[in-house]
Design a protein around this ligand. Structure first.
Ligand code: GUN
Length: 286
């Protein structure tokens, strides 16, 4: 029987911890952490994510500052806004929702965010800190994956971990975090040959491919732990919308534990964003 790792419950617990940390910061230093969320254009998925981030930020007692810019906004205007947010002492975290419209160089934008306010952990300084194991702000989804794994794994030493997907947002950073715990990590991607056989050797599988039901039951070693980061919106034959993961969840009854979709990794991403923002605020006064 596969244990279902309940991301909703864990996210609630983490957000309660963050709310307590926010209250303590108010009492000790008289500050309210402020998170600025910048969205350029009106990508429908981004709108849903941003609305959730704003609502949760307020719920844990932090200030949410939203900047919605027109889809035609130029790069210079966005960089000027980030410079102003960097200089604003009431802002402790800055998140620029991706993807950005094509006229804007996302790399240049991320490079401009003050690393101390980079609650997404995407700035090269934070990426470098993660890969050298020297602190910094860690990207939210990978951080959430590790917190989910921590509920079922005590000792990572020497475990074989396979990551599917090499994105900067999930695949690469989660590989670094697993490496930090002394796992033997294999990062696979679209060009990987013999993927199923590689996955068959894994004690831990983290899938962030964005490919519905890519990972089948016979890929999973009995007793493995499976983290499914995939969220694809699909329409059923009866016209109903549902979210589908990258793992054929109904086929992995022999796994030791797995995250469901929805209700696994998704809720943890926002909870980790709030936790990162409270941490950035705390670091700003310590
Ligand atoms: N778009 C999809 N995921 C993310 C994320 O974690 N952070 C930001 N800023 N944009 C995203």
């Amino acid at each position: 029987m596969t244990a279902i790792i309940d991301g909703r419950a864990l996210a609630r617990a983490l957000s309660a911890e963050t709310a307590a940390a926010v209250a303590a910061l108010g009492e000790s230093h008289g500050i309210v952490p402020g998170l600025a969320v910048v969205q350029v254009g009106d990508d429908p998925a981004s709108q849903v994510y941003v609305a959730r981030k704003v609502a949760e930020t307020v719920r844990v007692g932090m200030r949410s500052i939203e900047h919605r810019l027109d889809a035609n906004t130029g790069e210079a205007e966005l960089l000027a806004l980030i410079a102003a947010l960097n200089a604003d002492p009431l802002i402790h975290g800055i998140l620029v929702q991706l993807p950005l419209p094509p006229q804007i160089d996302a790399g240049r934008v991320l490079d401009t965010i003050d690393p101390a306010k980079d609650v997404d952990g995407f700035h090269p300084v934070n990426v470098g800190r993660l890969s050298t194991g020297t602190g910094g702000l860690v990207p939210c989804t990978p951080l959430g994956c590790m917190k989910l794994l921590d509920t079922v794994i005590d000792d990572y030493y020497g475990l074989a971990a396979v990551v599917i997907g090499k994105s900067n947002i999930v695949g690469k950073p989660v590989a670094m975090l697993l490496l930090e715990r002394e796992c033997t990590v294999t990062v696979t991607h679209i060009a990987t040959r013999g993927l199923a056989d590689i996955v068959r050797g894994a004690d831990i599988v983290v899938v962030a491919a964005g490919s519905p039901r890519l990972v089948r039951g016979d890929w999973i070693k009995p007793g493995a732990v499976v983290i499914d980061v995939g969220i694809t919106r699909m329409t059923d034959a009866d016209g109903r919308q549902r979210l589908v993961g990258d793992v054929a969840f109904d086929e992995i009854g022999h796994a030791r534990a797995a995250t469901p979709v929805p209700g696994g990794v998704g809720p943890m991403t926002i909870a980790c964003l709030l936790s990162n923002t409270a941490r950035a605020a705390l670091l700003s006064v310590s």
